[in-house]
Design a binder for this molecule. Sequence first.
Ligand SMILES: COc1cc(O)cc(C/C=C(\C)CC/C=C(\C)CC/C=C(\C)CC/C=C(\C)CC/C=C(\C)CC/C=C(\C)CC/C=C(\C)CC/C=C(\C)CC/C=C(\C)CCC=C(C)C)c1O
Ligand SMILES: C[S@@+](CC[C@H](N)C(=O)[O-])C[C@H]1O[C@@H](n2cnc3c(N)ncnc32)[C@H](O)[C@@H]1O
Length: 327
Amino acid sequence: MAAARSCALWSCCGRGWSQVTPGRQLPGLRSSWPGDPLGVRLLSQEKKATETHFGFESVSEEEKGGKVYQVFESVAKKYDVMNDVMSLGIHRVWKDLLLSKMRPIPGTKLLDVAGGTGDIAFRFLNYVQAQQQRKKKRQLRAQQNLSWEEIAKKYQNEEDSLGGSHVMVCDINKEMLKVGKKKAIAQGHKAGLAWVLGDAEELPFDDDKFDIYTIAFGIRNVTHIDRALQEAHRVLKPGGRFLCLEFSQVNNPFISRLYDLYSFQVIPVLGEVIAGDWKSYQYLVESIRRFPSQEEFKEMIEDAGFHKVTYESLSSGIVAIHSGFKL
Ligand SMILES: COc1cc(O)cc(C/C=C(\C)CC/C=C(\C)CC/C=C(\C)CC/C=C(\C)CC/C=C(\C)CC/C=C(\C)CC/C=C(\C)CC/C=C(\C)CC/C=C(\C)CCC=C(C)C)c1O
Ligand SMILES: C[S@@+](CC[C@H](N)C(=O)[O-])C[C@H]1O[C@@H](n2cnc3c(N)ncnc32)[C@H](O)[C@@H]1O
């Protein structure tokens, strides 16, 4: 069943977010413009109403998706190395913390949207594998008279090593997924892992499918955040959990000054030197400044229908993990 989508758009002015007239409702007004049969005046209105941002640049909503696509197509091959260099490896700690918060249990069906090169998916698989391993060891130790064949069989069953858990990585960008698939082979991940090309705003899945939905450093890039949140809600099972790791608002003025300096003076230079791409890394830091604060984003998650919405700021608010439940 297709999701019922709200036409609400969010526009951002500095850090303030407000709802604006939805462009999709405008065609209905066409008949109320006598003397403008071609709807020229209205078309220009429509264009205005569907204006959004790409970093600090104003672009039409139609343009934004393509521009974001180009950014990740361009950085895909250097994406992982850039993250390690830019964050001095700290992004790995943030991603580990997302998994500690998730605490998946055997049998968990995870959807990782904007999953890119698979960092969250691989952590999930390692987590459930380690958990199953411990469980298996405990069981085997408790059973005294097992033959070596029985013990070997237990260890060889790859599917069983995940306890029925599964992760679906969904991303709009072919190049990011290509890098992710190569990484999966290199890291020995095969079972319990699937890759699908898809848009966070229109997920190619049925309703009530997944136990957990994650999106890490992805939602900042989608054109209609509210639509992506509604889709997250739609595909989760009742009782399912939404978890989002994203850049947020730094709450310490001293750190904030240093952070600005580092973001605007260092990150694009690193982007140019390592990935040969200044512009994509300028977009990264600008898009971070455009993203709503912890509290504003919490409200948006609630507006999409999630309950018990909470967040935790990490590293002085450089990033935050938001959590919510479909009840
Ligand atoms: C195109 O779109 C994208 C491309 C991508 O490759 C990635 C993403 C999405 C992002 C991720 C998956 C996460 C990983 C990427 C990042 C963390 C990069 C974004 C970085 C920032 C927005 C800036 C904040 C950086 C950090 C928190 C990392 C730690 C950095 C340092 C400790 C600074 C290292 C210092 C130098 C290299 C010396 C030069 C510095 C200056 C001239 C400026 C002065 C700055 C400082 C003294 C340090 C600033 C320190 C802080 C603000 C606090 C750090 C404290 C903690 C983390 C506890 C994507 O969308
Ligand atoms: C910064 S990367 C994050 C990748 C990964 N989650 C991580 O934490 O490393 C952002 C990802 O969002 C994807 N993306 C952007 N817009 C999207 C959309 N509308 N639907 C799905 N994925 C999208 C990009 O292709 C890119 O792979």
